[in-house]
Design a protein around this ligand. Structure first.
Ligand SMILES: [Cu+2]
Length: 474
């Protein structure tokens, strides 16, 4: 079987322009059919929180990237790439202001590199695409955690194979917490649950197969296909991560019931917002509180994806209400201070486009790690106007979207096509969806560290295909 990785190797000789875009690789012709979906059979696991070795200066972790055989679909074993043998990787909980030092050892046969997504991290520790870990090697990443409580995640970022590597399993949650968050009466402990949602194509022989989104019929939550999760009839905090390499999810409860959005990529909102849906592009996160007390014990509710294709099963997972429990949690009317940004002094325009012969482009260019595309001075506040220049198309059209991500700096979404942003785009963000024809304005302050950082499309087949650029902060 010629895999995507084989094609990348073949194409690498010709440089990025020679890469076959993922969209042009159909899985349908593959002789091994996908495994049957088994909704609500597997029990959703919660990735374990890794225990650090603590010293006076930091929390230390050792993580090994290695292959593992895991049961994504009941009864089938899939070989995946992992952090510490876990799919997804172990969760790291970091305290604001207390540094974390992670030694990452690569026991895989591919180049890797680890980016702390949403982290304000010095350039040398940001997991720059060319700053990779060779098979057999290891390196240390230092994360200062001088930032507010937020649902970050760590994932692979090795140049031109980040999509393959993340798809194969190299991602995990990294939750920054702080005293302000801990002072709120939100659900916590066992009632604070991460949901890392992605799609996949698992073949009937167990192979986790990398292909375009429309050929990925399986939906995984915390590494299990369309699982079920037992809850008590009370409030839960759910940290939802779209860890798909390029598929948006429009998440709703099948009964249309409301839930409360309390935070986005970069942390808590100033005030909670009642919503009935969450449209999350690849890489986006949402922090929500759901009250399962509305259901009787013995009842259940399915979380569905309204952005599924008409030919796909829209089910994501099922919550089974199995008992009652006391509940002193609540969602306060004021969550966090989200101060306005300083007045912007620089404005820039970025046009995203796809060219089947050249690649996925930012302002007409494919990524060149040796080129500085934008330079700014430390502390500058900027407004970026980002346009998806390509026309809309009929489904399956996942590949026509973009998911714009900045390293180092969080941003605020100012407007989308001149209109106020949706609730899921309030607060501090680091990824924003840019569907065909849309123009989105964002504002950010380039503070914290000097050096070269990337910004890119978080539809990783696009960033692999060149949709990435460099900002140098001086
Ligand atoms: Cu893109």
């Amino acid at each position: 079987m010629l895999t995507r990785r084989d094609m990348l190797k073949l194409a690498a000789v010709g440089g990025v322009a020679g890469i076959v875009p993922l969209e042009q690789i159909a899985a349908a012709a593959d002789p091994v059919p996908p495994a049957e979906s088994t909704p609500f059979t597997a029990v959703m696991p919660i990735p374990p929180v890794l225990a650090p070795a603590r010293d006076s200066r930091c929390d230390r972790y050792d993580i090994t990237m290695r292959t593992a055989r895991v049961e994504i679909i009941p009864g089938l074993l899939s070989t995946v790439n992992t952090y510490n043998g876990l799919f997804p990787g172990p969760t790291i909980v970091a305290q604001r202001g207390r540094a974390v030092r992670i030694r990452q050892t690569n026991e895989l046969s591919v180049l890797t590199g680890v980016h702390l997504h949403g982290g304000k991290v010095p350039a040398a520790h940001d997991g720059h695409p060319t700053d990779t870990i060779a098979p057999g090697a290891s390196r240390v990443y230092d994360y200062p955690n001088n930032q507010s409580a937020a649902p970050l995640w760590y994932h692979d970022h090795a140049h031109m194979i980040e999509g393959d590597n993340v798809y194969s399993g190299l991602s995990g949650a990294y939750l920054v917490t702080d005293q302000q968050e801990q002072s709120l009466p939100l659900p916590h402990g066992r009632y604070d649950v991460p949901l890392q949602i992605r799609d996949a194509r698992v073949l009937s022989d167990g192979t986790l197969y990398y292909t375009r989104a429309q050929d990925r019929p399986h939906v995984l939550v915390n590494g299990k296909e369309r699982p079920r999760f037992e809850v008590a009839a009370r409030r839960y905090r759910l940290r939802i991560f779209n860890t798909s390499v390029d598929r948006p999810f429009d998440l709703r409860f099948a009964d249309g019931s409301e839930f409360v959005l309390i935070g986005t990529d970069g942390g808590l909102l100033s005030e909670p917002v009642r919503v009935q849906s969450l449209l999350l592009g690849a890489g986006e996160r949402a922090d929500v509180v759901v009250d399962f007390a509305r259901y009787a014990v013995g009842g259940s509710v399915v979380l569905v994806n309204a952005a599924a294709l008409a030919t796909e099963n829209a089910d994501v997972m099922r919550f089974d209400v199995v008992c009652t429990a006391s509940d002193s949690s609540k969602v306060p009317g004021k969550l966090a201070a989200v101060p306005p940004l300083p007045k912007a002094t620089v404005e820039r325009n970025f046009v995203l486009a796809q060219d089947w012969t050249r690649g996925a482009l930012i302002n007409g260019n494919v990524y060149d790690p040796n080129r500085v595309d934008v330079q700014t001075r430390l502390g500058t506040t900027e407004i970026w106007t980002i346009t998806n220049a390509d026309p809309a198309g009929p489904p399956p059209n996942f590949h026509l979207n973009h998911s714009f991500h900045t390293h180092l700096a969080d941003f605020r979404v100012l407007d989308r096509n001149g209109k106020p942003p949706a609730p899921t785009e309030l607060g501090c963000k680091d990824v924003v969806r840019i569907p065909p024809g849309d123009t989105v304005r964002i504002a950010m302050t380039w503070s914290g560290y000097t050096g070269r950082f990337v910004f890119h499309c978080h539809q990783l087949p696009h960033s692999e295909w060149g949709q990435m650029a460099t900002i140098e902060v001086v």
